[in-house]
Design a protein around this ligand. Structure first.
Ligand SMILES: [Zn+2]
Length: 63
């Protein structure tokens, strides 16, 4: 079973080690307690992909 890190759309907190495949993408946020369907996820296991900087995308837009 794959674990994911997911950003809470309500408060922005990263919740780690979630089994999103089991819940269909839903989680209970550890920070605000809301049950939310996550939109931003990333696999916990692949460090190289998870550490891909988000600003790369922004730099491309500035070209
Ligand atoms: Zn939250």
């Amino acid at each position: 079973m794959k674990q994911y890190d997911a950003e809470c759309p309500v408060c922005g907190r990263i919740n780690k080690g979630l089994y999103l495949e089991e819940t269909g993408g839903w989680m209970e946020c550890e920070a605000c307690g809301n049950e939310v369907k996550v939109r931003k996820i990333r696999p916990t296991q692949s460090d190289t992909e998870a550490s891909m900087p988000q600003y790369t995308f922004m730099q491309m837009q500035h070209c």
